[in-house]
Design a protein around this ligand. Sequence first.
Ligand SMILES: Nc1ncnc2c1ncn2[C@@H]1O[C@H](COP(=O)(O)OP(=O)(O)OP(=O)(O)O)[C@@H](O)[C@H]1O
Length: 239
Amino acid sequence: MTEPPANPAPKALAEPVVRFDSVGMRYGRGPEILRDITFDLPRGSFQFLTGPSGAGKTTLLRLIYMARKPSRGLISHFGGDSASLSRRELPHVRRRIGMVFQDFRMLSHLNVFENVALPLRVAGRKRAEYAEDVAELISWVGLGDKMDAQPATLSGGEQQRVAIARAIVGQPELLVADEPTGNVDPAMGRRLLRLFTELNKLGTTVLIATHDITLVRALDVPILTLADGRLSVKGTRAA
Ligand SMILES: Nc1ncnc2c1ncn2[C@@H]1O[C@H](COP(=O)(O)OP(=O)(O)OP(=O)(O)O)[C@@H](O)[C@H]1O
């Protein structure tokens, strides 16, 4: 009889955070945007997603965030088949994912502090517990003097940083970001990348869709590339 491994990996740690199995996606009766996409996001990994404009990067991220359902194939999140999630279960699974949308999705009636703190409030945390950490994070992304500002008064780059802070404030298991440095200057881009790598060191799995080649070259991590509806993986920037 074969001996079991001395330290078997707990199932929850061994299974990928997200798994795509032969996934296809089309909008309505339109052409298939994604074709036979099969890949894993291993727990704790950091990967970039690149590809020409219109290749389907945002579509892929929407599927990961469960904002859309695939036209075919299977997607699992945290080891469970996503198609079988009930309407009640879906928000619970989504709360484990921090999402930075390309269009930011600020809540216009809340100020910067309240937008960033929202995931913690929704999770039932008390303001007194998180106020200091939230303020520190907002300062870290360079918006210390805008805590009370309404989203409509912010520039695109400032809104983007609020969206990033909101996505990471609860240390999600998975961070998915769509062009997170698209509206900021190079120095702020590097600062945000540091934020993502620090979060990754704390255990968050990170996937960043970007056109920013400087960003991609800054780290030696796998690069997923979408083209003609198909996904390919390059080992690292050196590959
Ligand atoms: N809601 C929608 N309904 C119909 N077609 C859509 C919808 N959203 C995206 N598409 C189409 O799907 C294709 C892929 O779009 P997607 O936004 O995923 O690409 P992308 O790689 O993120 O592009 P970009 O780099 O320009 O942001 C495009 O041809 C787009 O027109």
